[in-house]
Design a protein around this ligand. Structure first.
Ligand code: FMN
Length: 390
């Protein structure tokens, strides 16, 4: 096994082992990718405050997320087509999360279905909902998540319409991939991936095929068209309230980036909000999540549990988000790199890398309990939160 020291190592292996169309699908942002880049570079601008001669024995990264105990406050974010990064990807990632003691959130656009993931895991997972126009399909999806005893619903609010990602158009992205000369040549060099895919029957959008009217597994074009046409552009707070009533369980609102929206979400009674710009995949030109976080903490920090994603690639990043007021964090690409690199072992490795970095950096900041992290641990550059006014 190669020596893995950081998420970058997993990323390099992911790139080498996964067909280009799927690696590019993960490693891209919309349009100029400015927001995608700044999600990471803004984390780098925050500095940690070193403290010495503090007893650092008996440290703990344990916390909770929407009332559920977690080994560290880092969940695996919903990522569409995870089962195309590695055969059976959603099942493998869910298992790794379960063994590690962190939440896994299954995307509506997963390859393995809700039922399939439930059958192959022991702990409840969360389900991410995209609001679709087909009301029967939507109601069915919510019922299926209820039957699978999902522990929370993550309702994504920042994708009623798709931000364009140039690489996906150039690569003619589809699941499963269309068999053209360039894709066949590319796949020929990714033999591990190909062997896995030949051995699994999970190669289509498992939550959709067999559940949505007029969509068949054999017709990839119809599946991609159906999906693209289904996102409900009319999603508003009334619709969110209807979904809350249909679901009846814990509700996390994902994709909040503005303090005004955060106030509405808090008044609405969400169990948590995720400060997110979808990993820079939607509104290119938006500020990074980490820069918007202080404004949102100021607006609703005492009213609702605040989570953050977008740009986290290390335990130090997790530390910075928590110190700036997030209760918890989520990772997307960081675990996808692990999955594409080495399957379930790779996801576990990604979580181990992040926990170790978090634990050691926390100790060197003079903190023993992850829940005690705060502004006292950070050096924040002038204007970090205030440079851009509304
Ligand atoms: C390849 C990819 C697919 C994604 N698919 C979904 C999805 O189906 N539903 C969703 O709510 N968010 C989706 N996201 C966004 C993630 O849940 C998360 O917000 C984002 O990855 C966080 O940024 P990070 O990758 O920098 O950690 C996706 C992200 C990536 C990279």
């Amino acid at each position: 096994m190669p020596v893995i020291t950081c998420i970058e190592d997993l990323k390099a292996l992911h790139r080498a082992r996964t067909p280009r169309m799927f690696y590019d699908y993960a490693e891209s942002g919309s349009y100029t990718e400015q927001t995608f880049r700044e999600n990471s570079t803004d984390f780098a601008r925050l500095k940690l405050r070193q403290k010495v001669a503090v007893d650092m024995s008996g440290r703990s990264t344990a916390s909770d997320m929407v009332g559920l105990p977690v080994a560290m406050p880092v969940g695996l974010a919903p990522v569409g087509m995870t089962g195309m990064q590695h055969a059976d990807g959603e099942i493998l990632a869910a298992r790794a999360a379960e063994r590690f003691g962190v939440p896994f959130c299954l995307s509506t656009m997963s390859i393995c279905s809700i039922e399939d993931v439930a059958a192959h895991t022991g702990a409840p997972f969360m389900f991410q909902l995209y609001v679709m126009k087909d009301q029967d399909f939507l109601a069915g999806l919510i019922e299926r998540a209820q039957r699978a005893k999902c522990s929370a619903m993550v309702l994504t609010l920042d994708l009623q319409i798709l931000g364009q990602r140039h690489k996906d158009l150039k690569n003619d992205l589809s699941a499963p991939p269309k068999l053209t000369l360039p894709t066949l040549l590319d796949m020929a060099t990714k033999w591990r991936w190909g062997m896995g895919m030949l051995q699994t029957r999970r190669r289509f959008f498992g939550n959709i095929v067999g559940h949505a009217k007029g969509v068949t597994a054999g017709d990839v074009a119809s599946l991609m068209d159906w999906t693209a046409a289904q996102f409900d552009e009319r999603l508003d707070w009334d619709k969110i309230a209807q979904i809350r009533d249909m679901w009846g369980g814990k509700l996390i609102l994902k994709g909040i980036l503005d303090p005004e929206d955060a106030r509405i979400a808090a008044d609405f009674g969400a169990d948590a909000i995720i400060v997110s710009n979808h990993g820079g995949r939607q509104l290119d030109g938006a500020l990074s999540s980490i820069r918007m976080l202080p404004h949102i903490v100021e607006a609703v920090g005492d009213k609702v549990e605040i989570h953050l994603d977008s740009g986290i690639r290390s335990g130090q990043d997790v530390l910075k988000a928590l110190a700036l007021g997030a209760h918890s964090t989520w990772i997307g690409r960081a675990f996808i790199h692990g999955l594409g690199a080495m399957g379930e072992a790779g996801v576990t490795k990604a979580l181990e890398v992040i926990r170790k970095e978090l634990d050691i950096s926390m100790a060197l900041c003079g903190e023993r309990d992850v829940r005690a992290l705060g502004r006292q641990n950070l050096l924040v550059p002038q204007g970090f939160a205030t440079e851009y006014g509304a």
